[in-house]
Design a protein around this ligand. Structure first.
Ligand code: SAM
Length: 369
């Protein structure tokens, strides 16, 4: 398959032409159905050009919008692989309808995420709160889906709850569900021939880069049924994923093609999900067979107290004669309330005049193999 495919068509039609269970991630930024009318003025009197586009105003009623939402979400479910993910972004005007439809259709919700905008459009009239966020919903096809989630990659990408100086010191924290990004602007904002912004709702590429890299693997296929300026495509291609983008407006497809043609693949440890590669499995018998540990050698606690003897089958014999695995033995030797402790971290052996943990010995074998 090509790195990307652009389909200029209504997504309800286009999605029917795609193979079932062929997509690893759907990202969708559907029409908001803003229902705005009249001209909005900035404080200084100039017109504010928000989202008042033709493509956003084609619905006649709630039922009309809900039917449209159920239709494309039904197709998305058909196209997703069994362990695939869907992310949908929306504002207060549409996100509740979308969330309702997802649940009605049997999707299983994983998270809702708040995109907290650093630089939201102010509430011009001062007549209500400044609307400074959008909501994203992450869902999978059903409760049993074994979806991709690169937990440690997400930790690396998390700058929302880690200050610059903490990050430089190597501090990483679990990614939360409130994400801070500026609204797309400056050089990132795509302009038309007249120098005006091409699209009223272009999303920041950093937002898409984050979603794609925590929820897919290199080579996976990403589908966006409402591509707009093809931000999802740009993030997918630069991250080494394959992309299918649907968009009904010819002009957006034309600019989208140029954008995707100019994308440079940029793959590092984040894009390859290297932080999430599981370490090689090494057992106690493996360590004995490879002469990193020895049958009948003494096992110590960190305090230096000898509390057991390692047996040739990888079990431990405690001072009272009880034979068990190293994890149960660790809990018994430490007098822990827990039935098991991590034996690799609890037990030490003597090498030269120093105690060295079984975990360190295991790392040594991993790095040598
Ligand atoms: C909210 S915008 C997406 C913006 C995009 N995420 C970006 O970063 O540029 C929604 C887009 O969906 C397109 N659209 C609306 N209804 C559609 C439909 N039924 N089929 C295909 N595209 C549609 C609109 O033309 C619009 O560009």
């Amino acid at each position: 398959m090509d790195k990307y495919t652009i389909i200029q068509m209504d997504c309800l039609e286009a999605m029917q032409t795609l193979e079932p269970e062929s997509v690893d991630l759907v990202f969708a930024d559907p029409p908001y159905w803003m229902r705005t009318s009249g001209v909005l003025k900035r404080v200084e009197g100039t017109d504010y050009n928000g989202c008042n586009d033709r493509w956003d105003n084609t619905f006649n009623s709630f039922e009309d919008y809900a039917t449209f939402t159920r239709s494309w979400l039904t197709q998305a479910k058909r196209l997703l692989k069994k362990n695939g993910s869907i992310w949908v972004i929306g504002s207060m005007q549409c996100i509740f309808t979308i969330g309702n439809a997802l649940q009605e259709l049997g999707y299983w919700l994983i998270n809702d995420v708040i995109w907290w905008k650093n630089n939201p459009t102010p509430n011009m009239m001062g007549s209500r709160l400044c609307n400074s966020h959008e909501t994203l919903i992450w869902a999978v096809k059903d409760e049993k889906a074994k979806f991709t989630f690169h937990y440690k990659t997400a930790k690396e990408l998390n700058r929302d709850t880690v200050s610059e100086s903490e990050y430089l010191q190597g501090i990483r924290k679990q990614m939360g569900s409130v994400w801070r990004f500026p609204v797309c602007g400056g050089g990132e904002r795509i302009k038309d021939e007249a120098g005006n912004k091409l699209h009223s709702t272009q999303k920041p590429i950093a937002l898409l880069h984050r979603i794609i890299n925590i929820c897919t693997n290199p080579g996976d296929t990403v589908l966006d049924p409402f591509s707009g300026t093809f931000t999802t495509g740009a993030a997918a291609i630069t991250s080494g994923r394959t992309f299918i983008g649907i968009e009904k407006e010819a002009k957006y497809c034309e600019y989208g093609l140029k954008r995707l043609q100019s994308c440079q693949i940029n793959i590092g440890p984040i894009e390859e999900a290297l932080y999430d590669v599981k370490p090689q499995k090494v057992t106690i018998p493996d360590l004995i067979a490879n002469r990193y540990l020895y049958s009948e050698e003494c096992l110590f606690l960190k305090s230096g107290h000898a509390k057991g003897t390692l047996l040739g089958n990888g079990k431990i014999k405690l001072a009272n004669g009880e034979i068990c695995d190293i994890h149960k033995g660790a809990a018994l030797a430490c007098g822990s309330k827990a039935a098991r402790l991590n034996g690799f971290h609890t037990w030490y052996v003597m090498r030269g005049n120093s105690l060295i943990s079984l975990n360190k010995i295991r790392e040594e074998m991993r790095s040598n193999s």
